[in-house]
Design a protein around this ligand. Structure first.
Ligand SMILES: Nc1ncnc2c1ncn2[C@@H]1O[C@H](COP(=O)(O)OP(=O)(O)OP(=O)(O)O)[C@@H](O)[C@H]1O
Ligand SMILES: [Mg+2]
Length: 374
């Protein structure tokens, strides 16, 4: 099992997941790959690790990775600015970054696009840029042209994280207002299933959004769904052993509070590394109490009426007993309360298995405490 350093911290395992993704990238693009998993399971970290350490170093690939969380996207123009930048002579620092120029064969339009050495926005000549801003050109036609151009030399890979950020945005246009995300997904289907030009990997931290995609008639047929789950105990134990801090009782204590949620293991790990063994238990109980407080606040402020509050408490009790719950679609009250708890990130819905579980073990501990104290 691999344990390495990434961004000055530990990067544990994920070899199987990495192999799965790499194998897929070696074949012809056929379907969109959606990556899903519990909150903070490590979806973004794995992809960023792979982009920096494998994909960008491979000359056979052209990688375009956008994490939409990194941008304030209020409207369609903001979206365009992520992908396109005008080639202006005065923009010298940016021009210096251009790696290669591509001639475009855009039906009615002629122009030039460029690939930046680093960064994700394509440079386009100012006429094209203006036409794009004036809604005379469909950005997806332009992107298709650029990517098919790149494809003659390298395999393009589009990676999109936090794509739900675009869900309320409409494209500007005279004829009708088109929903940006619908058009974007049509384009992604075209890139994969229809033209096989680019690999497409899509991630989101919003479970309900992923469920909509999973059940979307067109997208579900043209996509695969891959789970990045919490890490397994073996991997975490090996990490502790390699770091020389493995001690069965202490490990068991942290496991009881953190399960496989790597994010929750990090602070106990640093405490042990700094010989602050006595602080670990306090830290863990404090974390569980914090979640207990959040659950209490959620019930008091975010659920309405006794029915919803009772329903949520029943859901928690069921989850504490059997670890998962299946949504009863005929039970409107239960569906509403479950969806709210998913939105607030207490619960995770696995769209494939239809199971709802706690997003992490520490939330489960918080729920246990809630019933002990109330
Ligand atoms: N394999 C790993 N080894 C060590 N630390 C990791 C690993 N994967 C993730 N982490 C750490 O866990 C935290 C959460 O990871 P990340 O943000 O990638 O999760 P995510 O699944 O993308 O979350 P979200 O559901 O919010 O999108 C980060 O601090 C990251 O450094
Ligand atoms: Mg993420």
């Amino acid at each position: 099992m691999r344990i390495t350093t990434y961004r000055e911290g530990p990067f544990i395992d994920r070899e199987k997941e990495e192999q799965f993704i790499l194998t897929r990238l070696k074949h012809r693009p056929e379907k969109i790959l959606f990556i899903y998993g519990p909150k903070s399971s490590g979806k973004t970290t794995l992809m960023e690790y792979m982009v920096e350490n494998i994909l960008e170093k491979d000359k056979n690939f052209y990688v375009n990775y956008v994490n939409f969380r990194g941008y304030a996207i209020a409207n369609y123009k903001d979206f365009l600015d992520i992908y396109f930048q005008p080639i202006r002579q005065e923009n010298k620092t940016w021009l210096a970054k251009i790696a290669e120029l591509l001639p475009l064969r855009l039906g009615l339009f002629k122009g030039t696009a460029s690939l930046p050495v680093k960064g994700i926005n394509f440079g386009i000549n100012i006429e094209l840029y203006n036409q794009l801003q004036n809604n005379e050109i469909d950005p997806f036609v332009l992107l298709m042209d650029i990517l098919s151009n790149i494809k003659t030399k390298r395999q393009p890979i589009l990676i999109l994280d936090e794509i739900q950020t675009l869900k309320d945005i409409y494209m500007n246009g005279e004829i009708q207002k088109k929903h940006l995300l619908t058009e974007f997904f049509n384009f992604l289907v075209r890139l994969t299933k229809e033209t096989h030009i680019a690999h497409v990997i899509v991630m989101t931290s919003e479970t309900l959004f992923m469920e909509d995609i999973y059940n979307h008639s067109k997208l579900s047929k043209t996509s695969d769904f891959f789970l990045i789950d919490h890490l397994d105990q073996k991997a975490i134990q090996t990490w502790f052993e390699q770091e020389g801090i493995y001690e069965p009782d202490m490990f068991e204590l942290i496991r009881e509070y953190c399960g496989g949620a790597i994010f929750d293991w990090l602070t106990p790990f640093y405490l042990l590394k700094n010989n602050k063994v006595q602080q670990v238990r306090d830290y863990l109980t404090h974390q569980a109490e914090t979640y207990m407080g959040k659950i209490d606040h959620f019930i008091a402020e975010k659920l309405h009426g006794l029915d919803q509050k009772r329903m949520f408490k029943d859901i928690l009790k069921t989850l504490l007993k059997q670890n998962y719950i299946i949504r009863d679609s005929e039970n409107e009250l239960q569906t509403r309360v479950l969806n709210r708890a998913i939105e607030y990130e207490f619960l995770f819905l696995n769209p494939k298995r239809k199971e709802i579980i706690f997003n992490s073990q520490i939330i489960k501990k918080g729920a246990e405490l809630y019933f002990e104290i109330i």
